[in-house]
Write a protein that binds this ligand. Structure first.
Ligand code: GDP
Ligand code: IMO
Ligand code: MG
Length: 428
């Protein structure tokens, strides 16, 4: 194959800065592909002071001459997608060609309602804290083989048949289990047909688009959403999302053979955050966590919820390196740590018996471990203007080297601010 494939994944609980890393890498790539998740994602890119938040569109949309692909593994809320497209068009920034897989599933209005209802039913202590974007219920239908795919929106008969069946079942749930009003067929059907008309011109064979691009020597970048620790299989189950954000998900979610994947880059924040419920061994619930949230502007790009904050967890990061086969790390938000006297980093999990334990994606286990911290020296200077690794304060360089030594993986990009130019590149 003449072209090369790069995969970018979140190495923590999402919001690591994948959008800005994709934006930084996209200028040397030709095709950018989303392969899982849906509008639960919020990927921020800041260019010349202008902010763009991508929920469903790949973060390569700002570049002209590129192709952006939404693969079969994504669940698409057409309303959200059309709004995003409309917003970009208004700003004159819908520069890339867009291809949407006909096999991607559609998040229907009842999925979003059911997402909220299921959370309500789970009740206190069991809530996942979902984004309520209908992600879980949509993937449930996909796995149950009754989901509606993008290609069904283009075919009136198929849509009518599938929607009738789905709505009959969903209305039973809504009325008999949740005590809610049923949803009307006509309104949803008409809306779905309108979506089909509007999205029709973009629908194509995403897998073939990627393959043909590689054959002719184009480079393809896969943009993961969420993060390793939110992975349905490998994350902190049940406090996870319903897709496979790990690198392996790229193959299934876009129709690409694993032998074609080249480099896997893990995006890691210089500390940790998490939105929603679930275990978080290095969380700091006091003033230092508040300081991280304030300095790092840690509020969800999709829901606006305050993110839980804590220190970098190298035990979890080593796990992410393993389950993704990460070759390189992109370290973001190093600038946020400026001004801390010392910076704790978790280097092991201790059991009650004093044993060091590896990470396991098991919620009660993670609630029970005692994180062991190593205190790294802090630095005072603002890093926003730095563009070279060698110029960084010694303590910041040592922080990076420590991560590299501990994980055995090189840090190839360092984020020192949210802007496109605020990156230090060390061998991308
Ligand atoms: P994603 O979901 O992984 O793409 O990340 P989000 O966009 O949800 O959250 C990352 C946030 O951090 C966004 O507000 C970015 O603008 C911001 N950000 C990314 N990299 C950096 C960085 O190096 N420094 C600072 N200060 N902010 C950053
Ligand atoms: P990006 O791509 C952070 C979290 C939710 C919740 C759990 C399940 O921007 O990194 P879901 O709506 O997916 O069923 O919610 O997953 N979550 C995210 N957290 N970043 C995201 O995306 C997330 N997408 C989902 O908060 O805890
Ligand atoms: Mg995000």
């Amino acid at each position: 194959m003449k072209g090369r494939v790069e995969v970018i994944v979140g190495a923590q609980w999402g919001d690591e800065g994948k959008g800005r890393v994709v934006d930084a890498m996209a200028n040397t790539m030709d095709v950018v592909v989303r392969f899982q998740g849906g509008a639960n994602a919020g990927h921020t890119v800041i260019v010349e002071g202008e902010k763009y938040i991508f929920h469903l569109l790949p973060s390569g949309m700002l570049y002209s001459g590129k192709t952006c692909v939404i693969g079969n593994g994504v669940v698409i809320d057409p309303q959200q997608l059309l709004e995003e497209l409309g917003d970009l068009q208004e700003r004159g920034k819908d520069r890339a060609r867009l291809v949407i897989s006909g096999a991607a599933h559609v998040v229907m209005p009842y999925h979003k309602v059911l997402d909220g209802m299921e959370e309500r039913l789970r009740g206190f202590g069991k809530k996942i804290g979902t984004t309520r974007r209908g992600i879980g219920p949509c993937y449930m239908d996909k796995v149950n083989r009754c989901g509606i795919r993008v290609e069904d929106l283009l075919c009136e008969d198929a849509l009518r048949e599938k929607l009738s069946f789905n709505l009959e079942v969903k209305n039973m749930y809504l009325t008999r289990i949740y005590g809610e009003a049923p949803m009307a067929f006509g309104e949803i059907f008409d809306q779905a047909r309108t979506w089909g008309e509007k999205l029709g011109p973009y629908v194509g064979d995403a897998s073939l688009t990627v393959f043909e691009a590689l054959v002719k020597g184009s480079n393809v970048l896969f943009e993961g959403a969420q993060g390793t620790l939110l992975d349905l299989d490998h994350g902190t189950y049940p406090f996870v999302t319903s897709s496979s954000p790990v690198a392996g998900g790229a193959c299934v979610g876009a129709g690409l053979g694993p032998s074609l994947v080249g480099r896997v880059t893990g995006v890691v924040k210089a500390y940790c955050t998490r939105v929603g419920e679930g275990p978080f061994p290095t969380e700091h619930k006091g003033d230092l966590g508040d300081a991280l949230r304030e300095r790092g502007c840690e509020f969800g790009a999709t829901t606006g919820r305050p993110r839980r904050c804590g220190w970098l967890d190298l035990v979890a990061l080593k796990y992410a390196v393993r389950v993704n086969g990460i070759h390189a790390l992109a370290l973001t938000k190093l600038d946020v740590l400026s001004g801390f006297e010392s910076i704790p980093v978790c280097v092991s999990y201790r059991s009650d018996e004093g044993e060091d334990l590896p990470f396991r994606g098991n919620s009660p286990f993670l609630d029970s471990v005692e994180p062991v911290f190593r205190n790294m020296d802090g630095w005072k200077r603002d890093l926003g203007e730095y563009r070279s690794f060698d110029d960084l304060p010694l303590a910041a360089r040592e922080y990076i080297r420590f991560i590299e030594e501990w994980t055995g993986v090189p840090v190839v990009l360092v984020g020192v601010g949210p802007g496109r130019d605020q990156t230090i590149v060390r061998g991308l």
